[in-house]
Design a protein around this ligand. Sequence first.
Ligand SMILES: [Zn+2]
Length: 387
Amino acid sequence: MKTTLRTDITVKAICDGFVYNELEGKGLFGLSGKLTIQPEYQRNYIYADGKRDVAVIESILKGYPLGLIYFNTVSADKFEVLDGQQRITSFGRFVSNKFAIKDENGMEQYFSGIAKDKQEIILNTKLLIYECEGTESEIKEWFRTINISGVPLNNQELLNAVYSGPFVTLGKEEFSNTQNANIQKWGAYVSGSANRQEFLERALDWVSKGNIGDYMSKHRFDTNINELKTYFNSVIDWASTVFTDVESEMRGLEWGRLYETYKKKPYSPQQVSEQVKTLYADPYVKNRKGIFEYILGGSTETKLLEVRVFDEATKKSVYAIQTAEAEKKGVSNCPLCALGHDSNKTKIWKLAEMDADHVTAWSKGGATDTKNCQMLCKTHNRAKGNK
Ligand SMILES: [Zn+2]
């Protein structure tokens, strides 16, 4: 990574063309339009609390260093603030009379009201700025490093930084804007929060089949997000058509994968709805999140449901009864071995060599209780379980 330390840029230069957006709560531009202060991937301005913003101005007036500021060089004379946006927005807002500080008499003063020499001190303060230019992986790595002190950026926020451009801007407008009325609807299927980029992340994950970075790199300079939007909507439409009732366990499922796997199969939404209700009411279903894929796959993969297994006490008591009867009859205590013709026909298995089995399968309405429990040797149990 190429870094250039600049010590000649003043507060005045940065504040030339400073734009603050009150509505969005962020500093937008500076340095005569050459600097983007709060690129899309940055957090909003949080220093406007009458303490941290005031502290920035007081530091400048006292000649304290403001610390390092990092610019990402986007092109020949275009920069983005990678680190320092809170400080820059603070002095930008002060110089443009957005907030006041107290003078030595305790009077609130806006920039235009303070003494000329103090104005000059502020405007002529030179900043320590690193202009950095590097490959995407370098910038990503470095961004991770400088962010460890604050709230660390999550993976998608990092990717947004690395692949910043028109595509990310449009993607955020659609998927990261909590004002978007769709967010609530999507929230039934997508977990996380829109402003931490988790909806955008999911949309990208689905359309790219898990290769978010590649996809963002390829589309970085696209001026539309049609494919991303269309694909995301197709997944949500499909999910909400097949499953007409919204259940809380639907949230955060791998809908993109489910869509790809099952989109070509026809379903009767009414039948599906009844199946969902039955499984929700089934006390033996431990994993409700698995219900949806179980139904999509034709109700065969009972593993997905983590159906409750027999407890140890049930197994022990069934084993004792079965073994006593078998010994009386002189046959194996595994009822299936007892039917056979090999040496196992009379074998008495130890408890540890057997497994509990549903006489009537759970999927056919068999309960997980003593009456529906039989002990089979491990071989027979495995063979039966695979049917
Ligand atoms: Zn057996």
